[in-house]
Design a protein around this ligand. Structure first.
Ligand SMILES: [Cu+2]
Length: 75
């Protein structure tokens, strides 16, 4: 995930959990929401094993209202 904005974003994935990774690519914390800082690029690892249409969005409601929300289709 790339945050090329000037604001932090609490990004939440429905239907799955994912691991944050460290600078070596090793898995660290298992989460369903992560905070991506301004200018940060974050690599996550996710096993997409739950079929369905899952929302991926910022938890800040004003950001979501401005369009930071999408669907991820897992089949
Ligand atoms: Cu946001």
């Amino acid at each position: 995930m790339v945050n090329d904005t000037a604001f932090p974003h609490g990004i939440h994935l429905h239907g799955h959990h994912f691991w944050e990774t460290d600078q070596n690519g090793a898995r660290t914390h298992l989460r369903d929401t992560t905070l991506v800082a301004p200018g940060e690029t974050m690599t996550i690892v996710c096993v997409l094993d739950n079929p369905g249409a899952w929302m991926l969005h910022c938890h800040m409601l004003s950001h979501q209202a401005d369009g930071m929300a999408t669907w991820m289709q897992v089949s």
